[in-house]
Design a protein around this ligand. Structure first.
Ligand code: PEP
Ligand code: MN
Length: 340
């Protein structure tokens, strides 16, 4: 952390900064330029850094405080220069491979799910998704089948040889979800539900952490740090669109965040074009773009009868459309040196 003092700061003011750093137990290094004095804090702990930054920012003779290290540690690329491969069941997510997670928005019935699971597996998906606990904006919308849905997921996953990814909507769901699933999804609306993040982390299962739709990448990384801080580094980041002024799409897919996250973190990152676009006509193009920009995988909603879906009907692909998308994805992936 570097504290840059305002022009004309007095010796006494410089000393107040130095003392503040030293009283917190860290080293201070003064550097006097022709116009400005800069004080570097050496050896600061991640727990104290935010507090010290705020303290010095509030001092009227301080121009600004510049962090040197990222405010998250375990998930940062600084902590681990090699990219992490997260294994969901026996399916790797990370460098070299390109992993497609597919299935319906919500588990609706045994027939719907098994038909869908067979179709997505046949087309090349490796992981099965489906919501049993749906986070719905309206309390009157279909909320999911709960445990019954989890049982159907486990059965469909076992039959088709696909590990299962499903959402836990609250900390209370985690234990139940972990009994049936191979990875726990934390939804966009829950990205900063810190109790859920901690509980999902404690489950030891991989966590698919969606980006909140009004979250900065730093907030997203700090949310991942919650999972990591209880000893679980099996985290897959999922960019699912952010809210902007543009009504032509449901959310705005922030694809450029993929290379940004690559720089910041060792964790794998996948892209969800279904929730971002909200419209099945847009999904194939965004899937191709996600592979090309270097994502580690996709999360795609597929329903045997999209128009009849109880949840997110406009964005779900039919099995035939999904098979076409997979063909295109395979072509782009081979150019990118990734095996689907
Ligand atoms: C989902 O994956 O079905 C879902 C609800 O996603 P999000 O949290 O990104 O809206
Ligand atoms: Mn959905």
């Amino acid at each position: 952390m570097i504290v840059i003092l305002r022009r004309g700061a007095t010796e006494e003011q410089v000393n107040r900064v130095v003392t503040g750093i030293e009283e917190a137990g860290f080293g201070a290094h003064i550097s006097r330029g022709e116009e400005r004095t800069i004080v570097g804090a050496i050896g600061t702990s991640p727990e104290m850094r935010p507090h010290l930054m705020e303290k010095f920012t509030g001092m009227p003779f301080v121009d600004r405080v510049v962090p040197v290290l990222k405010p998250y540690k375990l998930v940062s690329a600084e902590a681990r220069p090699e990219p992490t491969v997260v294994e969901v069941g026996d399916v790797p997510v990370g460098p070299g491979t390109f992993t497609v997670i597919a299935g319906p928005c919500a588990v609706e019935s045994e027939e719907q799910l098994i038909e869908d699971a067979r179709a997505v597996r046949q087309a090349g998906a490796r992981l099965l998704r489906g919501g049993a606990f749906k986070p719905r904006t309206s309390p009157y919308d279909f909320q999911g089948l709960g445990e019954e849905g989890l049982k159907l997921l486990a059965a469909a996953g076992a039959e088709t040889g696909m590990p299962v990814v499903t959402e836990a909507r609250s900390p209370d769901h985690v234990e139940l979800v972990a009994r049936y699933a191979d990875a726990i999804q934390v939804g966009a609306r829950n990205m900063q539900n810190f109790d859920l993040l901690t509980e999902a982390g404690r489950s030891r299962l991989p966590v698919v952490l969606k980006r909140g739709f009004s979250s900065t990448v730093e907030e997203w990384m700090k949310a991942a740090e919650y999972v990591a801080s209880v000893g679980n580094l099996n985290i897959i980041l999922c960019e699912r669109g952010v809210r902007t002024y543009e009504p032509a799409v449901r959310f705005t897919q922030d694809l450029a965040i993929v290379p940004v996250v690559r720089e910041l973190s060792h964790l794998p990152i996948i892209v969800d074009p279904s929730h971002a676009s909200g419209n099945r006509a847009l999904v194939p193009a965004v899937c191709r773009a996600a592979v090309a920009i270097g994502a580690d995988g996709l999360l795609v909603e597929v329903h045997p009868d999209p128009d009849g879906a109880l949840c997110d009907p406009a964005q779900q692909l039919s099995p035939g459309q999904f098979a076409d998308v997979m063909e295109q994805v395979c072509k782009v992936a081979s150019v990118m040196g990734r095996a689907v």
